[in-house]
Design a binder for this molecule. Sequence first.
Ligand SMILES: [Zn+2]
Ligand SMILES: [Zn+2]
Length: 256
Amino acid sequence: MAPRLIILGSSNALPSEDRDHTMLAVVAGEETVLVDCGVNPMIKLQKNGIDPSLVKHLIITHFHPDHVSGFPLFLMSLWLQGRKDELNVYGIGHTIERLKKMMDLFGWEKWPNFYPVEFHTIAEGNSQPVLETDSLSVSGTLVRHFIPTMGVRFQIKSNGYQVGYTCDTEPCDGVGIVADGVDMLLHEATGEEIGHSSAGQAGKAAQTAGVSHLVLVHYPTKITSKMDMIAEATQFFTGKITCADDMQVFELSGRL
Ligand SMILES: [Zn+2]
Ligand SMILES: [Zn+2]
């Protein structure tokens, strides 16, 4: 099966009946890498034919509730499934420190026979290595949000396809690094406010970076129409634009 990206959630911090907080799964070869955990991803993974027990890598972009609240539940669900394999969790220091504290509040050290969880603290900067498997590599770059936040960039090794995800951010140099020349850019579109970006600003970033396909995520659930958001981005970006839906699947091949 071709490498693919699954939108597990597409909304900002206010979900609706058909939109969960923005979460992603990137599947390439034997590997599934999850990005963020605003709710427990178990059900959506299963609906997409992904066995959660085989997920070995989870990247957390920053410690806001809409990106981490499902973390303890996901870890607990995997434990109840009888997991034995290690789970690797990646994030910058600010995030990792708080994820550990959150689990400590649950007293997880007393949960019997818990599988190994390996926390990886990613260096803060531009294009820092996050993880590398046989199928893909991921780098992280600091973006500009209310708290320390990491945007991520994936490269699929089999075909060179590149995907950037800005995470929550206002326009900044970091977005340019995450987006530079990628085939697909997932850009947040919460709105034009401090710490966030609008669809128009996403379009500007995509145009400047030479992106092929702009996918808007983390956008308000109360938008009047997706067409309006696409129209706003179109004012600045001449490539393909999609407003993501939950459970939408994108093949990471066939470079435009
Ligand atoms: Zn945030
Ligand atoms: Zn958010």
